[in-house]
Design a protein around this ligand. Structure first.
Ligand SMILES: [Zn+2]
Length: 337
């Protein structure tokens, strides 16, 4: 088959104008073929608001957890199997623990643990987290081994941690942008502030691997006086990084700007192609059966210690659903409580 075969021509994607219609709670994959760039754009509206609003978090905590949710959608939505992507942080700052659980193809749930007495307005994500680590776990089911990637958190943002992860572990030139904000909007029950989030992941994936060389983040521990070894990055990747750096937070969360319009605004000179979007929804996977099975896995004395006022009450930390059991249902032996 020659390169001008009609079969190949037929496979070309038709060129069309970008859609004006904004789509919330979705991830839009895209490609800028002329620069060997691939990426994903996340826009979150009602789904993010649902995940954050039901917990009544202080604003800085909600914003941080929102950023972790956006990052999770950018990373987890590339899963091609019916698997699970879990992002967790464990740190010594005011927000000591946060978890986002993405279950392919579309379910999201999340929560954060924090010390309310240490939360101040205007704290950055790095100040809220403090020092510790970020773990990303990919679980493909019982027959496959779990994969876990770890990144140290040193007081920087989640964007910094994602860059560090891709540089050290995946070795794919990657830039990430995350934005979360509130908009004042009417709706059922009157006007209130609603959370929105947006994010973009951009990766340089050239066919020739030597073009993917990256400048190191740190100068290393060479003795003083040694000439710094500078790595010249590929022109296409330099251009990709400078384009994503121009994306403003307000563009990522603007409810009136469609994802396609935003991509067109950024990459129109180079040509950008979008693929089918992936819808997302906020939905917990807890159930009475699952909680009951968890209770039965506890030691008998731990179960007995959970009986209060003649019942066992378990609250799901993700969605705040309350499950009540009689001591018998919870497997507590008579006389043990
Ligand atoms: Zn739940």
């Amino acid at each position: 088959m020659t390169s001008n075969s009609p079969d190949i021509k037929l496979k070309e994607t038709p060129v069309r104008a970008p859609s004006h219609v904004p789509v919330d709670d979705a991830v839009l994959p895209f490609e800028v073929a002329s620069l060997d760039l691939r990426g994903r754009l996340t826009r979150l509206g009602p789904g993010l608001d649902d995940l954050l609003a039901k917990h009544n978090y202080p604003t800085p905590v909600a914003k941080l957890l929102g950023e972790a949710i956006v990052l999770t959608t950018l990373l987890g939505s590339s899963l091609k199997f019916d698997g699970r992507f879990i992002l967790q942080t464990q740190t010594d700052g005011p927000v000591s623990f946060l978890i986002v659980d993405f279950q392919a193809p579309d379910r999201l749930r999340a929560y954060a643990r924090f010390d309310a007495g240490q939360i101040r307005d205007g704290q950055t994500s790095g100040q809220l987290l403090g020092k510790g680590h970020l773990a990303m776990t990919i679980d493909q089911g019982p027959e496959m081994s779990r994969y876990q990637g770890l990144v140290a958190l040193q007081g920087g943002s989640l964007e910094d941690a994602a860059h560090e992860y891709f540089l050290r572990s995946e070795q794919i030139p990657t830039r990430v942008r995350l934005a979360v904000g509130e908009e004042w909007r009417g709706g059922e029950g009157g006007a209130r502030r609603r959370w929105r989030g947006g994010g973009m992941l951009l990766q340089f994936l050239p066919k020739a691997p030597e073009r993917a060389r990256q400048a190191d983040l740190h100068p290393g521990d060479a003795p003083e006086g040694t000439a710094t070894h500078t790595v010249a990055e590929d022109d296409a990747w330099v251009e990709g990084q400078s384009l994503i750096a121009t994306v403003e937070d307000v563009e990522l969360i603007d409810p009136a700007l469609s994802g396609e319009r935003l991509l067109y605004r950024l990459f129109h000179e180079r040509g950008v192609r979008v693929f089918s979007p992936l819808a997302l929804r906020a939905q917990c996977s807890c159930s009475r059966d699952a909680v009951s099975a968890m209770l039965k896995s506890f030691a008998a004395e731990d179960r007995a210690a959970m009986v209060k006022d003649g019942k066992v009450v378990v609250t799901c930390e993700f969605c705040s659903s309350v499950y009540q059991f009689t001591p018998q249902e919870a497997g507590v032996e008579e006389g043990a409580a």
